[in-house]
Design a protein around this ligand. Structure first.
Ligand SMILES: [Cu+2]
Length: 422
């Protein structure tokens, strides 16, 4: 009899869960039937109340999720219209994160930093730019993404900081709260007769639908960002090819005469051989500074191609939202856009071999006139007319000059005699 009543209720999907039932004495059937009538009515009223609460909660969750979707939609559209997503990243701490100069040569380092030049200043009026502390490089104690200097980077950081992180935090707290509630409310002492309920249509619909809506809300900006990252460069864009070698980088400029700049990591003052150039703070942080840099124009779309000469490397600059595998035998390409002049540091991001950790990347973004001056200071450097076919090389025709040994034949940037052995 009681079983049938439960069955009917369950079929109607009324109950959120089965409340603890007082155990019915096996012998006194008549007694049980008498007392059961009243108890059942009470229990039914309680169950109906619970059902109403569950439905109300479910409706409000669905409403919230729908509101979230409606809010996320226009935001994503606004992002699509204006690539400059709201940058919510606070500026890095002004404290200079550049590693302090080794005690052995403090005077030399200070002098170099003060003059904002490096001993490797090349000809043609080009003077390597001194990096801004905390910009385009890791900062001590910093949590989260590096401050971004490209529109896509700002978009990605916005998505990480304002969509993914809040969602992760809210979901984690919600699940933790549910677990704690279940642990205390339904512990054996407080709940000696466990419920045998197995289904609840409403709750099942809610906990299926809400995650689906959350995933859709994440997917909209996520796919948009992904698509933008693989948008090809415009026809007239400057092409630069970065080649990963064991274990240093080479930067070829097919539109500007096809010269290649070889960049090796700079050693510390106590590691260099006599005559070799040691790193100074004007070069950049320890283990990130290179003797020559990949110099690019700022505020322009650059078609950056990468390839590997020997093994798979990966060209990664965290503050520019750029990471692309450099695979032998193929050319990968992606747009590099740097909003403002500066020096940006990265590293090989694919475990490529014994000296994988010693092939940093330094990109120096300059205003166009200064970039042109730098190009002309390079051996064989010519100025291409942007957008005019024939004045530069075809996009995918970067010459594949591969130095045979790890010690490259000639440094492209002339006056840098102290090359570190690769
Ligand atoms: Cu590598």
């Amino acid at each position: 009899m009681e079983k049938t009543a439960h069955g009917v209720l369950e079929a109607l999907g009324v109950r959120a869960y089965r409340t603890p039932q007082p155990s019915v004495p096996q012998g006194g059937v008549a007694e049980a039937a008498l007392s059961g009538g009243l108890a059942k009515r009470e229990a039914k009223a309680k169950r109906m109340k619970l059902g109403r609460i569950a439905r109300a909660v479910g409706k409000s969750i669905i409403g919230l999720a729908a509101a979230g979707m409606l809010a996320a939609g226009p935001v994503a559209l606004a992002q699509a219209a204006a690539p400059a997503a709201p940058a919510v990243i606070a500026a890095p701490a002004p404290a200079a994160p550049v590693a302090p100069a080794p005690d052995a040569v403090p005077a030399a380092n200070d002098a170099a930093a003060a003059a904002s030049t490096t001993p490797a200043a090349t000809g043609g009026g080009y003077v390597p730019m001194a990096p801004t502390p905390g910009k385009g490089m890791p900062v001590d104690g910093w949590l989260g993404l590096q401050q971004q200097f490209s529109p896509l980077g700002e978009y990605g950081a916005w998505m990480h900081d304002l969509i993914l992180m809040p969602l992760i935090v809210v979901i984690s707290i919600f699940v933790l709260a549910l677990i704690l509630y279940a642990m205390f409310r339904f512990r054996r002492r407080a709940n000696p007769t466990p419920s045998k309920t197995t289904h609840n249509a409403l709750i099942e619909v809610v906990w299926t639908l809400v995650p689906v809506l959350i995933l859709v809300a994440i997917a909209v900006p996520s796919i948009d960002l992904l698509a933008k990252q693989y948008k090809p460069a415009p026809a007239g864009a400057l092409t630069i090819k970065a080649t990963g070698y064991q274990w240093y980088w080479g930067y070829t400029y097919p539109d500007n005469g096809g010269f290649e700049v070889i960049a090796n990591m700079l050693k510390e003052a106590d590691e260099v051989k006599p005559g070799e150039r040691a790193r100074t703070d004007a070069d950049g942080p320890e283990q990130l500074a290179t003797d020559n840099r990949m110099v690019v124009p700022a505020g322009e779309q650059i078609r950056l191609q990468t390839t590997g000469a020997d093994v798979i490397h990966s060209f990664g600059i965290p503050s520019l939202w750029f990471k692309l595998d450099s695979v032998p035998g193929r050319i990968n390409e992606k747009v590099l856009f740097i909003k403002e002049p500066g020096v940006y540091f990265g590293q090989c991001s694919e475990l490529c071999g014994a000296r994988h950790g010693y092939m940093p990347i330094v990109i120096e973004a300059l205003p166009r006139p200064q970039f042109d001056a730098w190009v002309l200071s390079q051996p064989g450097g010519t100025l291409a007319k942007p957008g005019v076919p024939g004045t530069g090389a075809a996009p995918a025709a970067a010459p594949a000059t591969i130095p045979v040994s790890a010690e490259p034949a000639a440094p492209a940037a002339g006056a840098a005699p102290a090359k570190t052995a690769a």
